[in-house]
Design a protein around this ligand. Structure first.
Ligand code: GLN
Length: 489
């Protein structure tokens, strides 16, 4: 059952020579062959390229490589279709980028290579990362490995499904308003959205540049710490990346007690309308955290009511500017026309799906003169208030704990025709991006019938990733949830 190991377990076997990088990759590919016809997490896999990487890793392992400088040597990791991987397609699950090949590596990808990872496969997502279910992919909907009548979440649904189905030892996605944490919760894996600027965005196709962050999906909290060490750090190619030292995140994993840790529960998040089993799992998790020694206090985020509305002005505004580059001239698809205007409008008209068009239209509207002050500027002001709410809360607590999502994975089609319902599934995850703080989701239980994972969200101070990992690891080690395997795992 090689494909079910965590990275930490696999790394031990690779180092001792019991398993080769080729074995590890072949175990993933065999699992893809077994289950991906049902899960549909991968848009494509370049098996020859992946096998060549695994062979190179094996040569290095045989020569005594790996360890300190190359902690991921030989570990197969899959990428969301939004990250540039030199020589591989990058399409953001959109027809407009069909056939486009990355001319360079994203910094995150270059860092994973430097750490020795075997990078394989392009994972499905909502088109341009706009969505919460993968139903907005121009190709197909990825299905939840726990119940294939349900969505895996989004926009990084392929990332979460591939890890939950044990088709990859980890995956790398992006989170603009919950796109790592929400699918991680719905598929029962660990997902971490770093502080804005912690991980370079160079080579991440931009959705909303002031909100986007790259982060890992893993099977354990320990693996998330390992990947955060590889991904984090300053990059001169991204002027928003923070020039702050990267801690050894694995050092945060020792604690078994949470004595002295102050945790906040959000007064305003105790909503009606929350799924009763999600609510019960959340309450049980809070009791468990208290049993581990944490002190729980109530905190107030008075402007959180406005987070979704604020996000759905700022994110589309930035998207409308970022997506202007897909003009039929520079990238991917081109539909010819008699003049530049027609070429541009035919290319975009046929290349973008309905949700992307909705966002571009919305974003262009809120930025247009006459509406800019009423919508965009006002949203920026509310964003500042939301950020301040968190600053006040973090004066009293070390982390904030919430359910990751108000409901477990919903049925395919259930919310597809109602954008507002879809937007509301991000209600607990969105404010984290607006505030620029870090957040993660980890498994905290299951619904009964059907058996679906439930996620616990931890939100931390800027650059507080080590705090989140410490709390998450102590919780994980004291609960059985992370050991459960999906029916298609
Ligand atoms: N679901 C949210 C949206 O549709 C968040 C997406 C994301 O984080 N990329 O915009």
């Amino acid at each position: 059952m090689l494909h079910r190991l965590t990275i930490s377990e696999l790394a031990g076997r690779l180092a001792s020579g019991h398993v080769s990088a080729t074995d590890a990759l072949e175990a993933c590919l065999a699992q893809v062959d077994r289950v991906d016809g049902d899960v549909r997490a991968f848009l494509s896999i370049d098996r020859d390229d992946a096998r060549a990487q695994a062979r190179a890793a094996d040569a290095e392992l045989a020569a005594g490589g790996g360890g300190g400088m190359r902690p991921l040597l030989g570990v197969p990791i899959a990428l969301k279709d939004v990250l540039c991987h030199r020589g591989q397609p990058v399409g953001c699950a959109s027809k407009i980028l069909e056939g486009y090949v990355s001319p360079y590596d994203a910094t995150a990808v270059a860092r994973l290579k430097a750490a020795g990872a075997v990078l394989f496969g392009r994972l499905n997502m909502d088109e341009f990362a706009m969505g919460s279910s993968t139903e907005n992919s121009a190709y197909w909907t990825t299905l939840n490995p726990w119940d294939t009548s349900r969505i895996p979440g989004g926009s990084s649904g392929g990332c979460a499904a591939a890890v939950a189905a044990n088709e990859a030892f980890a995956s790398i996605g992006s989170d603009t308003g919950g796109s790592i944490r929400q699918p991680a919760a719905l598929c029962g894996c660990v997902g971490l959205k770093p502080t804005y600027g912690r991980v370079s965005r160079y080579g991440l196709v931009a959705f909303a540049s002031s909100l986007d962050q790259i982060g890992p999906f893993t099977k354990s909290v320990g693996d998330a710490a390992l990947l955060m060490e590889a991904l984090s750090g300053h990059d001169p190619l991204d002027s928003t990346s923070l020039n702050e030292p990267v801690p050894r995140y694995r050092d945060a994993l020792g604690a078994t007690s949470l004595k002295g840790v102050r945790l906040g529960v959000v007064k305003e998040f105790q909503l009606g309308g929350m799924d009763t089993e999600v609510d019960a799992a959340f309450r049980a998790a809070m009791r468990q955290l208290e049993a581990l020694g944490a002190e729980v206090r109530e905190v107030s985020l008075p402007h959180s009511d406005h987070a979704a509305a604020t996000y759905y002005i700022i994110a589309p505004a930035e998207a409308s500017a970022n997506l202007a580059r897909f003009d039929g001239v520079r990238y991917g698809r081109r539909v010819e026309g008699p003049d530049a205007f027609e070429l541009n409008s035919r290319t975009r008209g046929s290349g973008f799906g309905p949700e992307v068009k909705r966002r571009v239209i919305l974003g262009t509207y809120v930025l247009s003169s006459g509406y800019y002050d009423a919508y965009y500027l006002r949203a920026q002001k509310v964003r500042a208030l939301i950020r301040r709410d968190f600053e006040h809360a973090f004066a009293h607590v070390d982390a904030i704990v919430t359910p990751t999502t108000p409901t477990p994975a919903f049925k395919v089609g259930e919310k597809a025709s109602d954008p507002l319902q879809m937007y509301l599934s991000d209600i607990f995850t969105i404010s984290c991006n607006l505030a620029g703080i870090c957040g993660m989701s980890l498994p905290c239980g299951f619904t009964r019938q059907p058996r679906l994972p439930i996620g616990l969200q931890l939100l931390g101070r800027p650059l507080g990733e080590a705090d989140l990992l410490r709390i998450a690891h102590a919780y994980e080690q004291s609960t059985p949830w992370h050991r459960e395997v999906a029916p298609l795992g």
